[in-house]
Structure formats: C-alpha cells, structure tokens
Ligand binder design. Structure first.
Ligand code: FMN
Length: 225
C-alpha cells in the first residue's frame, strides 16, 4: 500500500474475523516495525505474543475496573483518567457502572494480543524533573507500537492500542512474568478486521499547527483546489 494511504486509514480495529494471524505475518510486521526510533537508539522494547484463550480472558478481566471508571467519567462529561482536572465521580458510582464490553471483551475475538513493554533501565526521561506527568519516556516505545499497527494495516490486518488494563500492571506482570523494570506500554489486540474504515475523524491541520508562536497564524493549505 502507498504510505499516505496506510497512514490515513490505520484505524482502531475492534472486531475481528476468525482468520488466523500466522507467526510468519507477525514476524514480518515486527521485522519492519523494529526500524522505529527510540531515545539513544536503545530499542528497549520487548513484545509478548499472546494467543492462549485463558490469558486473553485474564487480560479482559484486568481491564474491567479501568473500563468502568472510564465509562463512568465519560457519562459525567469528564475526560477519563485525566490527571489535571480532578474527577467528580466517586468509587461507588464507578463500581456500579455496567462493564462496557466493547472495552473489555475485544481481546477475546482477536487472533492474538500483543503486549508491548519497554525497559525503563534504558529509557531517557528528560521530563523527570518537571512538575507534571511524564510523557517523554513514552516516545521511546510508542513510535515502535505505531509502526506495528501501520505494518499490520499494510499486510491487511488491524488492531489497536489499548491501555486500560495497564492500571493493573502488577497483575499483568504476574500473569506474563514481566520483570519490574519493564513498563507495560500497550496491549494490542490484532487480527483481520471485520470491516475496514477508510475515513477517519481527525481535526484539520489548521486546528493544531501555528507559525512561529503558540498564538501564531494557523497553517493552512496552499492547495487551491
Ligand atoms: C494512548 C492510547 C490509548 C488507548 N487506549 C484504548 C483502550 O484502552 N481501549 C480501547 O478500546 N481503545 C483505546 N485506544 C484507541 C483509541 O480509542 C482510538 O485510537 C481512537 O479513538 C481513534 O480511533 P480511530 O482510529 O478508529 O478513529 C487508545 C489509543 C491510544 C493512542
């Protein structure tokens, strides 16, 4: 596929057919994704390819508390799991929120679930001294994760980044034998999507790109047609 077409059509696949995703395809995807950048080219990533039903079920189970909180906060008009704006939703409401199956059960119908981890002993976290939540560390793993999804799209497969279960990282560690110095970064259900979305909803460039200054002129298209 043409690069821009892949970039513009790699959507978050939630439903998968029963088609298998052979190891040879997974290998090809990872063999291309590994050219992603990372801080100092440390390549601290490690992936676990989960196919066993029992493990998928355990992952789905671990997603439930975070998914309930996500749904409860959304219902209250909040940005779920945000650290800046305090939540008004209490534990009682969260616990009584119905489990949103679309957020928890999708591991079960995926051909496989790929767990992407990053070695924190090699990651450069340049924002560690700042008085805000860290984001720079993620830059050493998420380009790799996104490359996986782009390559999967190119091979006719799909998947999506999920993070909800990571609120239960200690349990995921125990389930999969992940050492303490690795952070679980993304849990990616993958397979053949039931349908292919081609028109993704995204903001236009002029909504987020400005010249020279935060309050600068918006970047607009010079394309006249
Ligand atoms: C950092 C991150 C975390 C996400 N976590 C979840 C998740 O836990 N569960 C889920 O179903 N989707 C998750 N998503 C998928 C997003 O909801 C999806 O990428 C977004 O809605 C765009 O979907 P689209 O590409 O189909 O338009 C996550 C995506 C990102 C980038």
């Amino acid at each position: 596929m043409e690069l821009y077409e892949v970039m513009r059509s790699t959507f978050a696949a939630r439903e998968f057919t029963e088609d298998p995703m052979p190891d040879s395809v997974v290998y090809k995807i990872l063999d291309n994704a590994r050219f992603a950048p990372s801080g100092g080219n440390r390549q601290g990533w490690k992936v676990i390819i989960v196919r066993e039903r029992q493990t998928k079920e355990a992952l789905a189970e671990l997603t439930i508390p975070a998914a309930q909180k996500y749904a409860a906060q959304k219902k209250a008009g909040e940005n779920p799991w945000n650290t800046i704006i305090p939540s008004s939703v209490d534990m009682e409401i969260i616990d009584s929120t119905p489990v949103p199956d679309h957020l928890t059960k999708t591991y079960l119908n995926a051909a496989l679930v790929l767990i992407a981890c990053v070695d924190l002993t090699v990651v450069a976290s340049l924002d560690q001294g700042l008085n805000r939540i860290g984001v720079v560390s993620g830059a050493s793993i998420y380009p790799f994760v996104w490359n996986i999804l782009l390559a999967a799209r190119n091979e006719g497969y799909g998947g999506r980044i999920t993070t909800l279960a990571i609120s239960k990282e200690p349990e995921i560690r125990e389930l999969l034998g992940i050492p303490d110095h690795y952070a679980v970064s993304a849990i990616i259900p993958m397979g053949k999507p039931v349908r292919q979305l081609t028109k993704l909803k995204r903001n236009s460039v002029s909504a987020f790109a400005f010249k020279e200054h935060w309050d600068g002129e918006a970047l607009i298209s010079e394309d006249k047609d």
